[in-house]
Design a protein around this ligand. Structure first.
Ligand code: SF4
Ligand code: SF4
Length: 356
């Protein structure tokens, strides 16, 4: 008869094998201790680079200093990545300005639910007596930095975690564990002299830090992803023309990264596109109920109905067509001030671009 596992007999090999069996593509372990990168995060916040993301800058900021705030008995962190690179093409190959571009990570199911379910499956295999906590994006944890520490990849100039063999199209999650396990080591930074992501960013949102390491950082206040996902305000007018037809997020700095050239595709059904590059005209005409039905179970829900409509107006202003005018006229009377303002701006852009 097989001997029962106890918390002291849990091995790193068992745990990482189980994690792979539960559907995690990248797996590594690091110690549940503060990281020096917390100081860099603080400096980034102090430079105002987090823009309006108050969940990064309020009282929860300090909680990120030490993962034991999340689980006082934590000794190790299992960091895991799930590949979401599905079969559809990238924005670079989609040459149709009547379609709304949604970031690749949001094409399928909500990753919070998918990763949590996989971690819960893993938790059921843990020996009794081990305390654990699952964190998928919403807990105050420097997930990318712990993923690097656990050997999953390095942090590129585009600020994504990049795995040498598998690229950067990953969702990350963590499982804090009350057991000490052998740890992995971070890989070297393999960006070298490449600056493709910096050069390709349409809003120049990857900016110099003025320091040696890291030399570059993301200025969220300039980033299309921040403005189309996180912000509830009207987008600064000076940025709008660079948004193209992006209505939720932006993949450009990952699309151009050479480490994604041979990134594997996922066969996971959850991440296959539900709504791939839908027509802008249809998106502008969605009712709140239709928006809910289409996006409630996907990451797009985070933008909320009004934020999404605001983004659709920006896209229509950047690629105006006569048939958009009636719906833009309607949206110019919308109850939400940001939607109203963006629709009026789009009408002005249309008047400039379309001949009488
Ligand atoms: S997501 Fe888009 S806007 Fe943001 S840094 Fe990357 S390329 Fe620039
Ligand atoms: S595009 Fe080049 S510089 Fe940017 S993250 Fe990829 S390898 Fe690094």
């Amino acid at each position: 008869m097989a001997e029962a596992l106890t918390s002291t007999s849990l091995t790193r090999e068992d745990l990482t094998r189980w994690a792979r069996e539960c559907g995690f593509d990248l797996v590594g372990i690091t110690a549940a201790l503060p990281l020096p990168q917390f100081e860099l995060f603080q400096q980034w916040v102090q430079r105002g680079r987090a823009a309006g993301m108050t969940y990064l800058t309020d009282h929860r900021m300090d909680a990120r200093r030490d993962p034991r705030h999340l689980l006082p008995s934590a000794q190790s962190i299992l960091m895991a990545g799930v590949l979401y690179n599905s079969r559809e093409p990238s924005i670079g190959t989609l040459d149709d300005l009547t379609r709304a571009w949604i970031s690749r990570y949001a094409w399928g199911a909500d990753y919070h639910d998918v990763l949590r379910a996989r971690f819960e499956q893993l938790a059921r295999r843990l020996p009794p007596g081990i305390a654990y906590r699952i964190c998928v994006d919403t807990a105050p944890l420097l997930e990318r930095d712990y993923a690097r520490a656990a050997g999953l990849g390095w942090i590129g100039k585009n600020t994504c975690l990049i795995n040498q063999g598998q690229g950067s199209w990953f969702f990350l999650g963590a499982m804090l564990l009350s057991v000490e396990l052998p740890t992995d080591a971070p890989p070297p930074d393999r960006c070298g002299s490449c600056t493709r992501c910096i050069d390709a960013c349409p809003t120049s949102a990857i900016v110099p830090t003025g320091q040696a390491t890291p030399a570059w950082e993301l200025h969220a206040g300039l980033c299309i992803s921040y403005h189309t996902i996180e912000s509830r305000e009207a987008t600064p007018e000076t940025l709008r023309a660079a948004f193209g037809t992006h209505v939720f997020g932006c993949d450009i700095c990952q699309d151009v990264c050479p480490w994604n050239r041979r990134a594997p595709r996922t066969a996971a059904e959850e991440f296959q596109p539900r709504t791939f590059a839908p027509p802008l005209e249809q998106m502008a005409a969605l009712t709140e109920e239709q928006f809910r039905a289409l996006f409630r179970q996907t990451p797009v829900w985070r933008a909320k109905y009004r934020g999404f409509l605001r983004n659709v107006c920006t896209a229509m202003g950047n690629a105006p067509r006569r048939e958009y005018l009636p719906v833009l006229e309607q949206l110019a009377q919308h109850a939400d001030p940001a939607v109203r303002e963006h629709a009026r701006w789009a009408l002005v852009e249309a008047a400039k671009a379309l001949p009488e």
